[in-house]
Design a binder for this molecule. Structure first.
Ligand code: NAD
Length: 494
């Protein structure tokens, strides 16, 4: 057992960039607040061109030696990093919850365990197991292919599952032999900085993983404008994904874009309703609905619609919204005032359009919060019916605790309606009919279909979206394919 102990104290209350193995102060800083208290809790760099350049140069310099380090040795660092995070598990949990607004329970049972799994799963899968090609067309020649790490890659991540998503990028890049310039969301940078401290303690060679903090239009843009960045793995909104693609086009970069969603849950009348209700509840409101895979539209077959809706609303009313540090809270705070306004705007729109708000925001009072949480960005889980398919509520990503429920008659009808959005991230279907399962899995325009479940995922399966939900797939070997290039070698020996 090592004696590496992290704490929640940030020196001078300012995060520092991690460049070339050193923690370096920046020229400009911005505030970061705790969404559950609306209090500023620390400052982070808003890194400028010079700071980004230093990070890219450091990654460039480290590349040769890191790419030639044997994969098994690279993967040992991943295991060491996972062990050090595990030793400081509760610090990561506390920081993630305070920075993001999610409940401690969510951070403790979902986010940080998944960070450990990310590092460990990529460490044992190792990139050298990827398939390559061999061909012998003539007796005097052979062809084979090699996989080479791509180079300096940029990793840009969002605020909803901060370290969970960033580590799903950092782990495969390290294992694949690329070097990194990472930028977490300016809303949730704390655990990435803690990870930098872990990487330093793990002895990761300087320059292999650089983390620069800052806003998208400043720091993020400087990363995208640097010609030495050879690939970008981006997770965030579809609007920003378009900027990433546009800025990357002149450099012919490889792109992996994991973008927004407007996910449907489709419930047929033959379903096990008790199980379905509990999982639909989780899929609608996990992490305050701030998960890209959360269900936002529920379609229920007409003969079970009324009973589903009434039982669902009863369950929603039993959810506890409260301080993230209260173990009884099932939902914490939304990420910011701005995001709260956006989500609340959709509920106001529902009212204007004459929809039926069955419970939640604008319908019920928020429970009394302790003094420290009175200004936090809390919103009740909300259920809306009588929304038309062409309403913005059914078309746009809300990314909060708001779900719209609608009824349908036939399988063909519900497939057409579920597909009638610009997004295509995931869907869940609820039925015992195996033929229907196959037909719907084939016909739904999404990257992942869950059947009688939600968010159950093997890391070795491809993850990503279609349509405006993204380009490319990540997952164990899929990530390794993305972060490496296959090169053909042809040898003529006489
Ligand atoms: P966002 O697009 O605003 O920001 C994501 C990241 O991009 C942040 O680090 C941000 O600073 C950076 N960024 C913003 N503008 C930039 C620019 N001009 N240049 C470079 N970088 C820039 O997204 P968000 O609000 O942080 O996250 C929520 C979104 O992420 C939702 O749409 C959600 O669906 C999506 N998301 C998708 C997945 C997925 O796997 N498909 C997972 C999680 C979240």
């Amino acid at each position: 057992m090592s004696s590496f102990k992290l704490d929640l104290i940030i020196p001078n209350n300012k995060l520092t960039n991690y460049i070339n193995g050193k923690f370096s102060p920046a020229d400009n800083y911005i505030d970061s607040e705790n969404p559950a208290t609306a209090q500023n809790i620390f400052q982070l760099p808003d890194s400028n061109k010079t700071e980004v350049l230093a990070a890219v140069e450091s990654a460039k310099t480290a590349f040769l030696s890191w790419s030639r380090t044997p994969p098994a040795k690279r993967c040992k660092y991943l295991l060491k990093i996972a062990d050090l995070i595990e030793e400081n598990f509760e610090i990561f949990v506390q920081a993630e919850s305070q920075d993001q607004g999610k409940t401690l329970t969510t951070a403790r049972t979902i986010d940080i365990p998944r960070v450990l799994l990310n590092f460990r799963a990529f460490a044992v899968t190792t990139p050298d197991k990827l398939e390559t090609s061999f061909h012998q067309p003539e007796t005097n020649s052979i062809n084979y292919s090699l996989r080479s790490p791509r180079g300096v890659v940029a990793l840009i991540s969002p605020w909803n599952l901060p370290l969970y998503l960033l580590s799903f990028k950092i782990a495969p890049v390290l294992a694949a032999g690329c070097t990194i310039v990472a930028k977490p969301s300016e809303m949730t940078s704390w655990t990435a900085w803690l990870l930098a401290r872990v990487m330093e303690a793990a002895g990761l060679p300087p320059g292999v993983c650089n983390i620069v903090f800052g806003r998208g239009p400043t720091t993020g843009m400087e990363i995208l404008r640097n010609p030495c960045v050879s690939a970008v793995s981006f997770t965030g909104s579809t609007a920003t994904g378009e900027i990433v693609a546009r800025e990357s086009a002149p450099f012919h970069r490889k792109l992996s874009l994991e973008l927004g969603g407007k996910n449907a849950g489709i419930i047929f009348n033959d379903v096990n309703m008790e199980k379905c209700l509990l999982i639909m509840l989780r899929s609608s409101y996990a992490n305050q609905g701030e998960v890209c895979l959360c269900t936002s539209r529920i379609y229920v077959q007409e003969d079970v619609f009324d009973s589903f809706v009434s039982k669902f609303v009863d369950c929603v009313k039993n959810l506890v919204i409260g301080p993230p540090d209260d173990p009884n809270s099932s939902l914490g705070a939304l990420i910011s005032q701005q995001h709260w306004n956006k989500v609340a705007g959709y509920v106001e729109l529902a009212k204007k359009e004459g929809a039926n708000i069955l419970c939640g925001h604008t319908k019920d009072p928020l429970p009394e919060m302790p003094e420290k949480n009175r200004k936090g960005y809390f919103m009740l889980p909300t259920v809306i019916t009588k929304v038309t398919d062409d309403s913005r509520l059914m078309k746009e990503e809300i990314f909060g605790p708001v779900v719209c429920i609608s009824s349908f008659k036939t399988e063909d009808e519900v497939i057409a309606r579920a597909n009638n959005v610009k997004y295509g991230l995931c869907a869940s279907i609820w039925t015992e009919n195996v033929g229907r399962v196959h037909r719907m899995a084939r016909d739904l325009d999404v990257g992942t279909v869950w059947v009688n479940c939600w968010l159950v995922r093997a890391l070795n399966m491809p993850f990503g979206g279609v349509k405006d939900s993204g380009v490319g797939r990540e997952g164990l070997n899929h990530s390794y394919e993305f972060f490496t290039d296959e090169k053909t070698v042809c040898i003529q020996h006489d």
